[in-house]
Design a protein around this ligand. Structure first.
Ligand SMILES: [Zn+2]
Length: 693
């Protein structure tokens, strides 16, 4: 390998990934640069880390923590463009080298998080550090975060327990992958072949075209409908044939279980039991009573009861609304409905009540006009403008770059905007960090973000036209973007979205979604592509009214998932095992309005919590939504674009990164603790307690 002997100064010239000044030179990055750049950076980091650990000096923030922040930031600089390109401009070569590099990265991060000497350094610095001003406060928080994360990674355990903790974590990641694999395998093990046209009536053409192609591939007539998510949703929502919907429902809710059409073949039951036992053991090893407590150590929610009570309260107020919505739906259909009927008839009722379709709305929302609307919200709230810059290196021609300019005409950050779907781009929408804010030699390195969507690229000379859902998504991701860009924290590990408790990280994004529903904002960003007219008031009213359609049913469903996740983790008892079915039955008794049949095994494919990610954290969706709705209600009380309240939101939420207690910061912004009522009002749910109503 030549790169191992190439001097750093030389390879920095030839390897664009090692060019760590300014914006990444995206167009020059090739798959062959990736591994060489990563190897060189990791080797350099390990060497410098070793020097730091062996240095004969009294460790302090300047001589120890800042260099460590620099190491972290340099690695981010090298890897961020790679992981970004892997998502937006993938190729088999890039994917291959990316996958080869991932274990190297995870080995490095495990080394760091389990290094006792490093932990001791942070401890020593933390002991001398006594905050006397805001700057010191940020440093204190950084040190506290680092010490907490070391502890949660088992660094301070005795040798045998430490080894066991490491083994448990490795086993868990294998089991999470196994869980996901079983779900996928059980989905590909089932399909439905149909030759009768009346039986596929109602299913959208786009889905049928795929199904017809599947049939041709297998040398069959008609349609082969597979059990993937889009097909499942389309069948349950649109298929006129009751029996077809029922077949799909049974196959879906029994995935990876001992029940249903492929029952037993890819059963996750034992995988789930092992996952629960190991999570519980890991939590015990580092001193927590259960995995829910372990998870709470880095969350905003205070204790187990607080989350349980929060969910039960939501259930109590939402359940009467959900019951009413279900009764209404059944009265409209004229008979009691089975679980596989609900989605289908709900869609019919929705169409009858609100005669607006995506296709009718789209022409009113051309992308340039929507962007103007979004930027004008930002300018009115924070006095910040977006100024497009054309001379920027990009990975794709239709990507735009904007600098953010404050009211003193200074540049404060920037973002790339990649809006259109492409074959080599991951689906969905997201914000990613391109460059982290930090102070280096007295200078501020400005943060840069990636704002990514997957709109259909327009053909001909008309701009892309957005559905209202897509507009809400754009505002959501722009909320994350502002959180990253408006941070005032100079230390990468706690700036922007870093170090923010996970149950609060969706606050800035869901907060921004609310503006996409405000009638004035919607009116302002609508302009029909042909007529130039704004959205007619009639359509605007229908759009607004449709926001709360069946919101009670949606809410109890989310609470059911959250409470199940929360209780299996917080009530786990090694002597009794996970008691999945028992707990689920209790949760459903208390919360659910639609009772699934006894063969349902939804937990066996609940990837959010058994595939990793959201374990003991599904409640975060609702938790952050409460904060976002309550924050927005402060703006509604004061006037949507009141600068004083916007400044307060910016200073207490958007600027602080992970350097302040978020509950405390929220109280500073709101003048009180968060309340649940604004979310309920927004969802059109009566806020009186059920026994008073
Ligand atoms: Zn989000």
């Amino acid at each position: 390998m030549t790169h191992a002997t190439t001097p750093a100064s030389h390879s920095a010239i030839t390897n664009p990934l090692l060019h760590t000044q300014g914006l990444p030179p995206f167009s020059q990055i090739r798959p062959e640069h990736v591994e060489a750049a990563l190897d060189e950076t990791l080797a350099k980091s390990r060497k410098e880390l070793e020097q730091l650990l062996e240095a004969d000096m009294v460790p302090d923030f300047e001589n120890t923590i800042l260099p460590l922040e620099d190491l972290h930031e340099r690695l981010h600089r090298v890897w961020s463009p790679v992981s970004h390109l892997q998502m937006v401009a993938n190729s088999p070569e890039l994917r291959e080298v990316y996958n080869r590099c991932l274990p190297k990265l995870s080995r490095y991060s495990t080394e760091i998080s389990q290094d006792e000497r490093l932990y001791q350094l942070y401890k020593t610095v933390a002991e001398q550090n006594s905050p006397s001003n805001t700057e010191d406060d940020q440093r204190t928080q950084l040190l506290q975060h680092a010490l907490r994360d070391f502890h949660l990674a088992g660094v301070d355990l005795p040798k045998d327990k430490k080894a066991r903790f490491k083994q448990v974590m490795e086993d868990l990641s294998g089991l999470h992958a196994k869980f996901e694999q079983n779900v996928l395998d059980s989905m590909s093990a089932w399909e439905h072949h149909e030759i009768s046209a009346p039986r596929v009536s109602g299913i959208p053409n786009a889905v049928l075209e795929v199904a017809a192609a599947n049939a041709v591939e297998q040398g069959k007539d008609g349609w082969v409908l597979r059990l993937d998510q889009p097909t499942y949703v389309a069948v349950l929502t649109y298929a006129d044939d009751d029996r077809l919907r029922q077949d799909f429902y049974e196959a879906w809710v029994t995935r990876a279980s001992e029940q249903g059409p492929v029952g037993g073949a890819h059963d996750n039951t034992h995988v789930m039991e092992d996952i629960m036992a190991l999570r519980h053991e890991a939590a015990n090893l580092v001193g927590f009573r259960n995995y829910a407590e372990y998870a709470l150590a880095s969350r905003m929610a205070g204790d187990i009861n607080e989350v349980t009570e929060f969910l039960l309260h939501l259930a109590a107020v939402a359940k009467p609304a959900a019951e009413r919505e279900l009764a209404e739906l059944q009265a409209w259909v004229g008979r009691p409905l089975s679980p596989w009927d609900i989605g289908y008839y709900s869609e019919k009722l929705r169409l009858e009540r609100f005669s607006i379709s995506d296709e009718e709305l789209r022409p009113y929302f051309p992308l340039p006009r929507v962007m103007d609307g979004l930027f004008s919200v930002m300018e009115k709230l924070y006095g910040i403008r977006a100024r497009e810059q054309h001379d920027i290196d990009r990975w794709q021609n239709d990507v735009h770059y904007y600098a953010l300019i404050n009211d003193a005409d200074e540049e404060i950050g920037g973002f790339f905007m990649d809006m259109y779907a492409r074959p080599n781009k991951r689906p969905g929408a997201w914000m990613d960090e391109c460059i982290l804010r930090r102070r280096t030699n007295g200078e501020i390195q400005l943060p840069v973000a990636h704002l990514v969507c997957n709109l259909t690229k327009p053909t001909g000379n008309k701009p892309a036209q957005l559905s209202h859902d897509e507009i809400v998504t754009l505002f959501h991701e722009f909320g994350h973007t502002l959180h990253h860009l408006l941070t005032r924290v100079d230390y990468p590990s706690v700036s922007g979205i870093n170090g923010v408790p996970w149950d609060a990280v969706e606050l800035p994004s869901q907060f921004m979604e609310n503006f996409a529903w405000d009638p004035d904002v919607v009116r302002g960003m609508s302009q029909h592509v042909d007529t130039g007219k704004p959205l007619p008031e009639e359509l605007l009213n229908q759009l607004e009214a449709s926001r709360v359609f069946q919101s009670g049913l949606q809410m109890v469903r989310q609470v059911e998932f959250s409470l199940f996740d929360w209780r299996i983790h917080s009530e786990y008892d090694p002597a009794k095992g996970p008691r999945f079915r028992e707990i689920l039955a209790q949760v459903r008794d208390r919360v659910a309005v639609i009772k699934p049949p006894s063969f349902s095994r939804f937990a066996n494919s609940f990837s959010h919590i058994f595939g990793g990610g959201y374990a003991a954290g599904y409640y975060s969706y609702k938790w952050a939504e409460v904060l976002a709705a309550d924050a927005f209600s402060a703006f509604e009380e004061r006037g949507l674009f009141d600068r004083e309240i916007a400044d307060r939101f910016r200073q207490n939420i958007l600027e602080i990164g992970g350097t302040r207690d978020i509950g405390e910061a929220f109280r500073m912004f709101r003048g009180r603790a968060p309340r649940i009522e604004p979310l309920l009002a927004q969802a059109g749910i009566n806020t009186l307690p059920p026994d008073n109503s």
